[in-house]
Ligand binder design. Sequence first.
Ligand code: ADP
Ligand code: MG
Length: 395
Amino acid sequence: MLNKKTVDDISVNGKRVLVRCDFNVPIKDGKITDETRIVGALPTIKKLINDGGKIILCSHMGKPKGEPVPELSLAPVAERLSQHLGMNVIFAADNEVVGENAKKAVAEMNNGEVVLLQNTRYRKEETKNEENFSKELASLADVFVNDAFGSAHRAHCSTVGVSDYVDVSVAGYLMAKEIKFLGDAVNNPVRPLVAILGGSKVSSKISVINNLLEKVDTLIIGGGMAYTFMVALGYNVGTSLLEADYVEYAKEMMAKAKEKGVKLLIPVDTVVAQEFDNDAASKVVPEGGIEDGWMGLDIGPKTIEIFSEAVKDAKTVVWNGPMGVFEMPNFAKGTNAIASVLAEIDATTIIGGGDSVAAVNQAGLGDKMSHISTGGGASLEYLEGKELPGIACLD
Ligand code: ADP
Ligand code: MG
């Protein structure tokens, strides 16, 4: 259920189309080390080329903090894009992003040609969504396409501001896919709907629970998120990750789950170690059994069984946050087990969060999931029920 226009709903022949992409790719020694995001942008770009648009691409990369940082230039992206598209993508190397090079290149464009602007965060106005830079960007274009879901929770000039000064603003294919999967999961899910939360960014994630309890049939809590709930139940968690400020909140959430009839599952056993180290001696303890000096680093075998059973009959699963320290093989079992169950079941499976996606890929199961979300922060805010400014501004 997509109530936003997409590139399929407009005609761009002969028009100048500014496309906000997510080219925030990892670069080492001037070489792009992972092209997933570049490849992901190609369907929208190719569609616009075929439709005869004049395509002007823009993106941020890293955090240059409002000034030109040569290591964060998008020049290498232009080179890779040229190769993928089999045509010359002109790079407008203006430190002010919308400068003489960009203006000249756009003025000289033919239909179906592509120009890439410099890193939008070279401009200090970008992250403050200041009018002047939004207007400069808009002056290059007739149509705005936002295809950068990962930045949609931030109101910046290139994600939101520019839409005020162009005639038409629509979603690209990547954005549309994210809205479709996440939107359906939250607003129109095939049930049972199960959400799995874990990971270590507890304080920034825990507030999603309140909204999820309005939507889900089952909520599973593992990873670093679990210990705050264990403390709320009165258990000792040793030196495990704990958000002491959220213990009260956890109690409220458990009460809310009960009231709503939502099944809320937290681990009943835990793999603990004395050090944050793959080779540290470890053991499995039952709930309440984490002694002082020991930390939980993975869910235990009994918990794996219970969680797997709870997911087995789900028709929609949203997963954000690993079940344990999956980077260490000795504490990856819980995460791998959940990934395997998701890979096997007949359900819509949605993975969000950079580390969760990495974990699923590390298990070799990425292509077994229905949807791998490209924006961790943005997908969480979407699940929290917040309106994302980069989506709200589209027609
Ligand atoms: P995502 O990137 O998927 O949103 P987070 O960034 O919140 O997830 O958390 C991922 C990290 O959480 C991983 O590096 C993982 O090692 C860590 N983690 C998972 N369980 C635990 C735990 N019990 N204790 C400490 N760290 C954990
Ligand atoms: Mg992370």
